[in-house]
Design a protein around this ligand. Sequence first.
Ligand code: ADP
Ligand code: MG
Length: 692
Amino acid sequence: MSASAPTQPASKKKTPSAKPVRLEEKFAKLGLRSDMDFVLHLPMRYEDETEIVSMRDAGFRGGSSVQVEGEVTECDIQYRPRRQLVVTISDDTGQVVLRFLNFYGSQIKQMAVGMRVRARGELRHGFFGAEMVHPTYKMVNEGAALPTALTPVYHAGDGVSQTMLRKAITNALNKVQWYDTLSPTLLQELGLQDFESAVKLLHNPPPDVDQYALLEHEHPAWERMKFDELLAQQLSLKRAQASRRSQGATALPVVGALTQAFLATLPFKLTGAQERVLEEIRADLKQAFPMQRLLQGDVGSGKTIVAALAATQAIDSGYQAALMAPTEILAEQHFRKVAGWLEPLGVKTAWLTGSLKKKEKEQANALIASGEAQLVIGTHALIQDTVQFAKLGLVIVDEQHRFGVAQRLTLRNKAEAGKIPHQLMMSATPIPRTLAMTYYADLEVSVIDELPPGRTPIVTRVVDQNRRDEVIERVHAAAQEGKQVYWVCPLIEESEALQLQTATDTHAMLSAALPDCRIGLVHGKLKPAEKQIVMDAFTRNEVQVLVATTVIEVGVDVPNASLMVIEHAERFGLSQLHQLRGRVGRGAAASVCLLLYQGPLGHTAKQRLLTMRESTDGFEIARKDLELRGPGEFLGARQSGEALLRFANLEKDQYLVDKARNLAVQLLAHDLSTVEAHLQRWMGHREEFLRV
Ligand code: ADP
Ligand code: MG
């Protein structure tokens, strides 16, 4: 759970004294506070409730949602397969069963036999004939008027119904102070609608509206909203950039003795891509305003070495560098690797994580505060208040998307007074540039698009779990040949305890099946020291098969491991599978990844596994992931703040992006009051996220 999660206890039991949450608070959770917030809470989609379909005809409209109306003929609670409310309604042509898996007692009374219900939903043909599961419905009198226009559907939240939202929005539409942030002349030049009529149309579309254009966000009213939103984004990006530049950072210009000595010890040559991104980083570090660069590179592309070379530049320049990783296991890997490279060259390092003993923490803090530690490696313990850096020049954040916004913000307070440290963020989850720009201010992006030489591509097979015995045989054969194997246990999202249990069982099963192999077990509940012992043994090939939970997902680097088995691969997300698979294929040996699945597979799960089989290219996989999941989840949007674009699409609406960019430049130069008004309306409290 992220540190920025709400602090409410997760307990399901409601204590009698718990105060009911006020409606305002529920609205506030949706970001709805001022009248303008409500006005700009535009419909997510529309529903066509202008028509009632006879129950007989409804059966022929497979798939899409329909509206029917009829009298209740039966209303019962049934208990199989689980407690549910089952209501049968009928009209002259047939009957439809309404099924509610969650319901209130009041609904039973409401839908008593003889009452009239108007219900809409997807009609399916269940065991008992035509049925709708969880339809939206309302009680009506016979002959009640139908709406004449499309009905807007809003993004709602816990305890906030469409009706409540609609009421609050109507209210806000009536009392808000209408003004346009763009002048009539400007609107005419741009060929855009005025704000008030655009918003009003979107909330209450007239009956004769072009429905297709409305639904597809192509209506001129949507166009105005998209333009406004893009303009706000452009203004905000440009301002964030200006503010960041004015804040200043310490220039770290020296590529000196340490860097040279380090390069001389490397057993390999940097790839062309590594050289290129290193140049980009070096140039940034020489500037007296903070770098904010995202280093993207597929798993195994060699980001660590680049990060280490950025650190040596900071140290050569007389400043401290900090390297922060999201998990202890990954931080440890970095520590052993990077400290292993640099300590022999005389660099003084410190190690800091949450699990250190108090005394050890104090020692680390003292080294950091005195400036004696030139390189500090650890988890987010690094950015706690108690940690005071003497001369922090550079912060490197690995797997940056796993850190919350608040955590990244704290980093900025760690440099000398009035300055912010240079930031290098690393990610193996390639984020399309346009998307990255939407989430993080003026992020520069460097890409390592080349793997070190001598790698053989990983072969991936998708295997039915019935063939587990063959898989175990294969693991045995690999171990006999001196190769090493990861066996990844299924992800069990509902229960950490169950996940642990499964890992323990798998370890026992493999130990019994392969008595002549040494089998290790590593999971999230082990103490760091215990984890260390297992990982060390695996690194030294004293353990041949490592049973692991997803703790090994990132960063673990044992080049001799060349076979990976992932159980219940259908439960993992694409990028997670890609990360996991990246633990093999790190050495010269041909590597294999076996994705065990349990059928039958749903469409998305199947697509994911096929994508994994067909591609080892992280960018290709990320694209597919984006396609399957949509951008929201992609970046852990919950962590990185709301997506700043709700209506516009950077690719589809490119022509608007260009217009907005031009206008932003013009306004920033000549019309700051319009800039303020526009940002105030569209960004409000969200702008802070952009400055991170
Ligand atoms: P990632 O980008 O996934 O963090 P790493 O930095 O862990 O990748 O590098 C993966 C492996 O490749 C490591 O064992 C590293 O030492 C090795 N490596 C990195 N750069 C090169 C190179 N230019 N030539 C050969 N091997 C390299
Ligand atoms: Mg890495």
